[in-house]
Design a binder for this molecule. Sequence first.
Ligand code: PLP
Length: 394
Amino acid sequence: MTLPAKINPPKLGEPYLLTPGPLTTSYETKQAMLRDWGSWDDDFRAMTRSLRSQLLKLIGAGAEEYDCVPIQGSGSYCVEAMLGSFVPRDGKVLVLANGAYGLRAAQTMEYLGRAYTLLDKGDYLPPRGEEVAAILVDDTAISHVLIIHCETSSGILNPVDEIADAVHAAGRKVLIDSMSAFGAIPLEVQKSKYTAMVSSANKCIEGVPGFGFVIARKDEIEAAKGNSHSLSLDVHAQWATMEKTGQWRFTPPTHVVAAFLEALKAHAQEGGVEGRGARYIRNRDVMVEGMRDLGFETLLANRWLSPIIVTFFCPADEAFAFDEFYNQMRERGFIIYPGKLTVVDSFRIGCIGQMDEHVMRQVVEAARDALAVMGVRSAAPPAKALEERKKLAA
Ligand SMILES: *Cc1c(COP(=O)(O)O)cnc(C)c1O
């Protein structure tokens, strides 16, 4: 059953973060950090156990073959831990990139000094199953394929299941960066059958930053022993210690874990992945419709728009300048995000965090006021932007 989302807005004067993490968290989540915990104490061990088992419940049927390993640090630490632990030293990864996070994963492989090939689709075009299948036929050394679930730099929702099918048909293994999607967009293990996936505390579960987690097949975690290049990012070692002692190997972010458990409670009350996803979808729909009414255009067609973050083209109107628009939005209580496209100017508005459709309507009103104050008469993008977008349809 999905309960109506209970939103707990930030205190007066605190701006909403329309950004994909850190994001706006509830008052209760922040309040949960007002206590100190001993990392070796039974109470904290129970918290770690609870965190691991609650996260596993979110992956659906088949979860008993998987385990959850939290890792200190931001999301990128987990991506690095996953690549370094599950890809054997003589393995080879096909990295599927269509934005900054795919490219960062490729850079991580570079640092690891392990073999990889990059399929770079540019700013936002989705990698498709067929082209992945063709690459796997040509390059038999590839052992793993890394898929970015929601590429947060454009906000595109990549076709994970389609790609995973192609990878499995070719007898290779799937690794997923579901950082900005996990907890709001279903990722069923029985469909995508991943070896491992990663996400972090400060995205769709709405916790505060400080750790991430790997969810991986138990047999693969066991087989990962000795693969890692790094002491602190060794998933097998972290898992083995947690299994044996209930503790994290090195100082855990205790307050962040306490906040995360509070955030998980709210996630369950909202109806889990389905309820959380429904609120974000509503946030996106209300915000996108309002922005389009103002004349703004999205980079992506509806089919590829994630309910996580949306990229808009900057208006062609000479009176528009992103920095000024940002400041105007900031004055009205909303922190937006610059875009990451290389070809045309853009900006992004996030849909995740403690916000609902009422807040999203205020965001649109703030954008309307900002345009008026700046003297922008049309929010329509330059012709070049629309040409760029045609590539998606092709
Ligand atoms: C947030 C995010 C990451 C991790 O970024 P950090 O800044 O290290 O937390 C990785 N991949 C994707 C797709 C993300 O959205």
